[in-house]
Ligand binder design. Structure first.
Ligand code: SAM
Length: 263
């Protein structure tokens, strides 16, 4: 699959960073020595961590070189000597030293096997350390249902192939609770549906083009990609009717987990 596009991802940066802030606001640590931002993207979430824990060593990790380059531009080493960015796959990631906070905003939905991954992340923390996670929970929203429906049409089905391979099925609120509660001193799990007024069906397509739509359109030739996007946008226009002010209301459910490792 093509690398992530930091500029496209950042087009809706305010909206995408709001859940990152709300996740961090539920982390009760008064201070932290070592903080990891897994799947740091263009560094927007890392920047929040640096503001919140100015004396911590903060490490942003990502498996996209393009995203890491963008993050290093945002938080240059000369200005932020306690911040580092490292290339790493979350599935195999291990900290060199037990962190006080492992934070992953909008990243773990791309990593498989949560039943193994999440307990492992929690157990790598220092005692009393916090695992803070936010993931889009939008597979059943029209945006994602329509991605699959258009991909199943004969015109695109063969070229797209198995689009499900890249994005992980979430376990659900109770599934995550059952998984982490035995290891956690404290656990807070919730789900929120943000409502984003966007100016057009195309804006909704652009929003998902930088993230969930990538596995569908990246394997396509230019011609097939253009026809897929045109059909997808047409269906999005029907599924998200214009409000009286002309805008389309994109509902975006997200799942949050804040778990403290037992001391
Ligand atoms: C939607 S962005 C989130 C960026 C940022 N954390 C934020 O709050 O907006 C997801 C990021 O996770 C990264 N990612 C996806 N799978 C990954 C993996 N297996 N290992 C490391 N990073 C991964 C992507 O490269 C991308 O930068």
């Amino acid at each position: 699959m093509a690398d992530w596009n930091p500029a496209l991802y950042s087009r809706f940066e305010d909206e995408r960073t709001r859940p990152a802030r709300e996740l961090l606001s539920r982390v009760a640590l008064p201070s932290a020595g070592l903080v990891y931002d897994l799947g740091c993207g263009p560094g927007n979430s890392t920047e929040l961590l640096v503001e919140r824990f100015p004396s911590a060593a903060v490490v942003g990790t990502d498996n996209s070189q393009a995203m890491l380059a963008s993050a290093r531009e945002r938080l240059p080493e000369a200005q932020f000597p306690r911040v580092r960015f490292e290339l790493s796959d979350i599935a195999a990631w291990q900290p060199r030293q037990a962190p006080d906070l492992i934070y992953a905003n909008a990243a773990l939905q791309w990593v498989p096997d949560h039943a193994v991954l999440l307990p492992r992340l929690l157990s790598t923390l220092a005692p009393g350390g916090v695992l803070a996670i936010q993931m889009p929970d939008n597979r059943d929203e029209p945006t994602h249902r329509l991605m699959r429906e258009v991909a199943a049409e004969p015109t695109w089905a063969q070229a797209i192939g198995d689009y499900g391979r890249l994005r992980t099925e979430l376990l659900g609120l109770d599934g995550y609770y059952d998984l982490l509660a035995p290891l956690a001193g404290h656990i807070d799990i919730w789900r929120t549906a943000y409502q984003h007024p966007l100016e057009s069906p195309r804006a909704i397509v652009e929003w998902v083009r930088a993230t969930g739509l990538r596995p569908f359109v990246d394997p396509l030739s230019d011609a097939l990609r253009a026809s897929y996007l045109a059909e997808y946008e047409r269906r999005i226009g029907e599924a998200y009717p214009a409000r009286p002010d002309g805008r389309r209301l994109l509902a975006f459910p997200r799942l949050f987990i804040v778990a403290t490792r037992k001391t």
